[in-house]
Design a protein around this ligand. Structure first.
Ligand SMILES: C[S@@+](CC[C@H](N)C(=O)[O-])C[C@H]1O[C@@H](n2cnc3c(N)ncnc32)[C@H](O)[C@@H]1O
Length: 351
């Protein structure tokens, strides 16, 4: 039997377990967690889910332009560090490093920070040429981060943090818990989460709900403090606080490329994810001294920053299959209803 299921059943015999604790166990149990297994179900191709990086290099190429602009704005420092927490297989770092050239490429050092062992193995292969020339390095999540000039960027990091669903039932706040009989919504002390939700709604309707991520302030602090000057950039699922409340956000389970709400089933065998509250992320970054904070749909960010006319002309010279791949990558990141409209990009600056 699934070892995490056995562990959960022991816990459930003592009382309900909040959904966020189930998510923490399922993803990060040091031995059996979905993101801590040396190998196994964790994965992308033919496995549970894919991210924007599986669609092609366009995200990394656009990111390269944003980072180069940040380097220019910082006065072209000789060393520009790009720290990627939650870097997974290192594909975004690889696409970034492949896309840069000239003096910026000489200044750029990429740091991969993610303790996921299966991802780390894949990243060693993806980043091999850059590791060999010290343009890329691995840092452990427990390593202290030295102060640097450059950028902190992430793709689908914050949506992988343990998160607690909350719902307004018309009279009180409830939170989702797992009981021996299955998931239930139980009355809860609103605390900091309730205060935040109340401050970000114009009158709640029964069924309104959102996600509260307890670990968000600490992680934002850990990542923002070493950034002495430069860009903070995050790509993730999610919405502004008021929209999430109206939507009634929940936890999602990804398994074999299908998505459902069965977050309590198969712990450690499926990916769990939650919408990111971009209003809260912005507020926390402001508290860390970042400014110029804003977030837009990924599709708009690509259309704003990628020189699509020039790239389109260059793609015409590629072999047919590669040309088609680039076009599909572009369409998936820019067409309504596709990945580019489900994600948002947040940017902030420390000057
Ligand atoms: C959904 S995956 C995204 C991986 C990659 N960015 C991509 O787009 O393919 C989330 C990753 O975040 C990592 N992660 C979660 N919390 C983290 C933290 N505090 N610091 C660094 N990585 C973390 C997990 O181990 C997992 O590999």
């Amino acid at each position: 039997m699934n070892p995490l299921q056995i562990h959960l059943e022991t816990r459930l015999a003592k009382g309900p377990v909040p959904a966020a604790e189930v998510m923490a166990l399922a993803l990060y149990d040091p031995q059996h967690g979905y993101y801590r297994r040396a190998e196994g179900p964790w994965g992308f191709e033919g496995k549970d889910y894919y991210t924007a990086l599986d669609l092609g290099p366009l995200l990394g190429q656009t990111l390269a332009l944003r980072l180069e602009a940040a380097w220019e704005r910082l006065g072209r420092p000789p060393r520009f560090t790009a720290l990627e927490p939650g870097a997974g297989r290192g594909w975004l770092g690889r696409d970034l490093l492949n896309a840069v050239s000239g003096p910026f490429a000489e200044a750029l050092v990429y740091l991969h920070r993610d303790d996921n062992p299966a991802a780390r193995k894949a990243a060693e292969a993806a980043l091999a040429p850059f590791l060999a020339t010290q343009r890329a390095r691995f840092v452990a999540e427990s390593d202290p981060l030295e102060p640097f000039l450059g950028c902190v960027f992430s793709n689908e990091l914050f949506d992988a943090l343990p998160a607690q669903p909350w719902r307004w039932d018309g009279e009180r706040w409830t939170r989702e818990v797992l009981t021996a009989a299955g998931p239930e919504w139980q009355a809860a002390e609103p605390g900091a989460a309730g205060a935040w939700f109340a401050a970000h709604s114009d009158g709640l309707e029964p069924g309104d709900g959102s996600i509260w991520c307890d670990g968000l302030p600490d992680l934002v602090h850990t990542l923002a403090v070493p950034l002495q000057a430069g860009l903070f950039l995050t790509v993730d699922y999610g919405e502004a606080a008021a929209r999430l409340l109206a939507k009634g956000a929940d936890l999602r389970r990804f398994k074999a490329h299908s998505v459902d709400g069965k977050w309590h089933e198969d712990p450690g065998e499926a990916d769990l994810t939650a919408d990111v509250d971009f209003t809260r992320l912005t507020t926390l970054l402001e508290g860390e001294g970042l400014d110029e904070l804003s977030h837009v749909e990924l599709s708009k960010w690509i259309r704003t920053h990628a020189p699509l006319d020039a790239w389109g002309a260059a793609w015409m010279t590629l072999p047919a299959a590669e040309r088609q791949g680039r076009m599909e990558n572009l369409l998936q990141l820019t067409l309504p209803g596709q990945m580019g409209s489900r994600f948002r990009v947040l940017e902030g600056w420390r000057g």
